[in-house]
Every structure is written in structure tokens, then in C-alpha cells.
Design a protein around this ligand. Structure first.
Ligand code: FES
Length: 81
């Protein structure tokens, strides 16, 4: 089930964001983009929740915007242009 829902979530992402899934989105804590997407798939709907589950953004916070963007895109709440 988890795999299916992750696949569905990935379908929502623009191609550019589906690349490099195995690479670290959070380089400070070595958290892969896929790990973050998985956390969102499992219900993390805020940066705080992603942080708790994956430790992403807990370094210098440099990936916070990218995590926010992934949450927005996956949850379909994008409000910025
Ligand atoms: S890259 Fe995630 S906190 Fe720096």
C-alpha cells in the first residue's frame, strides 16, 4: 500500500522534482529526497513533522524551502506562483 501511494504522490511532482530521488535533499543530515517523500506519504504535512520523522532541516535549515515545496506539491496546497 505504501508503495502505491508513494507512486501516486510521485505522479504529482513535476519531472524536475522526480529526478535524483536517491540523492540527499538534506545534505546536512544526509536525508534523501525519497525519504522525505516517504515521510510526506505517511502523513507528515508540515516541515515540523518531516523534521521529526527524517531529521531533514535539522542542520542549518538550508533545505527547509525545498521540503516545504515538496509538501505543497504533494498535498496540492501550492499557493505561490
Ligand atoms: S540541507 Fe537540510 S538542514 Fe541543511
Amino acid at each position: 500500500m505504501a508503495i502505491d501511494s508513494v507512486t501516486q504522490l510521485l505522479d504529482k511532482l513535476p519531472a524536475v522534482l522526480k529526478r535524483d530521488l536517491e540523492k540527499n535533499l538534506c545534505v546536512c543530515n544526509e536525508v534523501s529526497k525519497m525519504a522525505i517523500i516517504n515521510a510526506i506519504a505517511q502523513g507528515a504535512s508540515t516541515v515540523e513533522e518531516v523534521k521529526k520523522q527524517t531529521y531533514a532541516t535539522m542542520g542549518a535549515g538550508c533545505c527547509t524551502q525545498q521540503v516545504e515545496r515538496l509538501i505543497e506539491l504533494i498535498n496540492g496546497q501550492s499557493q505561490d506562483g
